[in-house]
Design a protein around this ligand. Structure first.
Ligand code: ADP
Ligand code: MG
Length: 659
């Protein structure tokens, strides 16, 4: 189905100039295609990683002005100007992203707003380079003339044959297709999975050795490169560029296009771009506007009617948007001079979209199709699981010469006036299950966060396999072989079970962005290997039947098992489990105990935090007890259980036994 649609779109693009001969519409489609390169690229940042960039028009302008300045000042033509403008945009992207994404929050949005302003001012002021507000005129690329490669000044020679509009159209169409292929590959790869994972749970990404920071930067830089490429094409398409082509409004329009069309898809941003580009025309022509408003009203009535029949209880809520669409149509009939209401109409549409189509038009269509004909848009990907050997394909390094695997040395973790960990020391022997218990708030999860680099201890040392790891970042520590699960399950909800685990397998990939973009053999082999291993891991925890299900649809107990499988994908020597049995039913707990035993049999050392005493006592070789951040007991399960200090802590501590 997808292939059919793709082939159809390609064919339509191919015949378009023969069907529509008006140069005006040809140019309009060229502009939509060029802007689409920006918006599809922007979607990587906005849709996938969830960061907002208000600077894409400026990056687009950087690309355009690189072409313009190269032509205007140095007479350098198309074949050289295009790659140079992409590189310049990539550099600017890195310049913005590296500092702005160090911290979370709205910083990228703020920095990109500033960048947009600065770029406009610079273009205006740097007259010696850009000719300031006068702008730069340039010619279409030469058509298949090798002189353009060799003799740089050929570019200025106006007598040489130039690309005609139709030829240029095909050049742009080809560029768009290439960009779509590359972006599709990137987003279907480990990079796309990482971008989504970090949006859904940054902490889990970092703890799966998928650095949130570097992947956010990568997403932004890639996106900037596409914007620069589009800008370069735009300069040739318009043959004239001026600073005010690349203002703040254009950035907003790019964001709007992605939101309106629908994030996290290729169709959505293109659709949104077409709407945003065409809207001014529509708003200038009352006849067309009425026609479109009528069309929307018809669609709304039909879709609304179907929904009301299917979901009678939603009738009232469905009626409102339908009525609004009808009202909009009536409004369009009453309007005489629409140009006066341009902005009002625009604003109303945005409000409607945000309120009733939060996933954009394409998101709405996709959901509707998925409800009526499941499996039409996304055929479930077949997966075959290997055997257990595939799960443990790399040696987990069982028992290393009796040395302790993990040493925690008088660690203090201070939060303001509170000592969550107060000089705690702990030694974990390889091959054991080490229980960590204590009343609520005694510092168990804090210990886990210190061990995985989420917190840097106030003082003290943590040594893993003889090396000090305190102060290293979470992804670095994960990379050395410490995996974990979370007390509050941290899955990547919109990814499938299989993809969740493949995020954990990110460390098994050697190929880089270029491999993925070019679709090399290595990239495909690594992807296939990861898929097989992920399926095997799913089988290990008994979830292989649900491989293509979204993680957020899993029942709670299964989510915890998936988290364990994902942690195992890291090929850890040490696995930290934070209350894995919390909220589980009795049969689920039995399954969990069985899985933990099997993990240990494969040589993985485990630290187990748990409130279910039977689970801890039956599994653990050693148990450490924390109370108010201090270690109060340690030893064999039976000894600890009989320790009066432990009993007192549990009775007098956080529990309600004071009464
Ligand atoms: P538990 O043993 O129940 O897992 P925690 O380690 O979650 O306990 O918490 C130990 C203490 O540290 C609690 O009093 C908690 O409020 C406090 N704490 C944990 N994390 C933070 C933080 N990031 N900032 C301030 N206080 C914290
Ligand atoms: Mg806890």
């Amino acid at each position: 189905m997808k292939r059919l649609a793709t082939a159809g779109s390609l064919a339509a693009m191919g015949v378009f100039p023969f069907v529509v001969t008006s140069p005006y519409y040809l140019h309009l489609v060229v502009v939509v295609a060029i802007f689409s390169i920006v918006t599809v690229g922007l979607d990587i940042v906005f849709g996938y990683t969830g960061e907002v960039s208000v600077g894409h028009a400026a990056l687009f302008g950087v690309g355009a002005y690189t072409v313009g300045v190269l032509a205007f000042q140095f007479g350098i033509g198309f074949p050289w100007a295009i790659p140079v403008s992409v590189v310049v945009a990539l550099l600017f992207g890195a310049l913005l992203a590296l500092p702005a994404l160090r911290v979370t929050g709205p910083y990228l949005a703020m920095v990109t707003i500033a960048f947009g302003t600065i770029v406009q001012i610079l273009i205006n002021e740097m007259t010696f380079l850009t000719d300031g507000p006068l702008g730069i005129s340039l010619k279409k690329p030469l058509f298949v003339d090798l002189r353009d490669w060799g003799d740089t000044l050929a570019f200025l020679d106006m007598s040489l044959p130039r690309m005609r509009d139709v030829e240029f159209y095909y050049l742009i169409a080809l560029s768009l297709v290439l960009v779509l292929v590359v972006i599709n590959r990137l987003l279907a790869s480990r990079y796309g999975r990482a971008f989504e994972a970090l949006r859904e749970s940054p902490i889990a990404s970092d703890c799966m050795a998928v650095s949130v920071y570097s992947h956010k930067v990568l997403a932004f830089v890639l996106s900037a490169g596409f914007a620069g490429f589009a800008g370069a094409l735009f300069a040739y398409s318009e043959q004239y560029i001026a600073p005010n082509n690349f203002g703040f409004e254009l950035s907003i329009q790019f964001l709007l296009a992605v939101t309106m069309g629908g994030r996290k898809s290729r169709v959505g941003p293109i659709l949104g771009t077409a709407i945003v580009v065409y809207l001014p025309n529509l708003l200038a022509d009352i006849g067309q506007f009425r026609l479109v408003a009528g069309g929307i009203a018809v669609i709304a009535v039909v879709a609304g009617a179907i929904r009301m029949v299917r979901l009678p209880e939603e009738r009232a809520r469905t009626a409102i948007p339908v009525a609004l669409c009808l009202g909009f149509f009536v409004f369009s009939l009453l309007l005489e001079k629409i140009t006066d209401f341009k902005l009002t109409v625009f604003g109303l549409m945005i409000l409607f979209m945000v309120y009733y189509l939060p996933d954009g038009i394409w998101g709405f269509v996709r959901q509707a199709v998925a409800r009526m004909a499941p499996g039409l848009l996304s055929g479930p990907m077949a997966t075959t699981a290997g055997n257990d050997a595939d799960v443990w394909s790399v040696s987990t390094g069982a028992a290393e010469s009796g040395r302790p695997l993990l040493e925690v040395d008088t660690v203090i973790m201070q939060f303001g006036g509170l000592r969550a960990l107060d000089q705690v020391s702990l030694t974990v022997t390889p091959g054991t299950i080490h229980g960590l218990i204590g009343p609520n708030g005694s510092g168990k999860s804090t210990m886990m966060n210190v061990l995985t680099g989420i917190y840097v201890p106030t003082s003290g040392a943590v040594r893993f396999r003889g090396q000090e790891i305190q102060g290293r970042t979470a992804p670095q520590i994960a990379g050395t072989g410490i995996a974990r699960t979370f007390q509050n399950v941290q899955l990547f909800g919109e990814l499938t079970l299989l993809e969740n685990i493949m995020v954990g397998l990110n460390h098994t990939f050697r190929g880089g962005v270029a491999d993925v973009a070019l679709g090399t053999g290595r990239a495909r082999r690594e992807e296939a290997a990861a898929r097989l291993r992920a399926a095997s891991l799913l089988r290990f925890v008994g979830l292989e039947a649900l491989a293509t299900e979204q993680a957020r649809n899993l029942p709670y107990g299964k989510q915890r098992l998936l988290e364990i499988a994902r942690a195992l994908a890291l090929n850890p020597r040490l696995l930290l489990l934070d209350e894995p049995a919390a909220g589980l039913t009795a049969p689920d707990i039995k399954e969990l105990i069985e899985i933990i035993r099997r993990v240990r049999e494969h040589g993985v050392t485990i630290v187990l935090i748990e409130h279910h005493m039977d689970v801890v006592m039956s599994l653990s070789d050693v148990v450490t007890v924390l109370d108010f951040g201090q270690k109060i007991a340690e030893g064999k399960p039976a000894e600890v259980q009989a320790d009066p200090k432990v009993i007192a802590a549990y009775l007098g501590g956080g529990h309600a036994a004071a009464a």
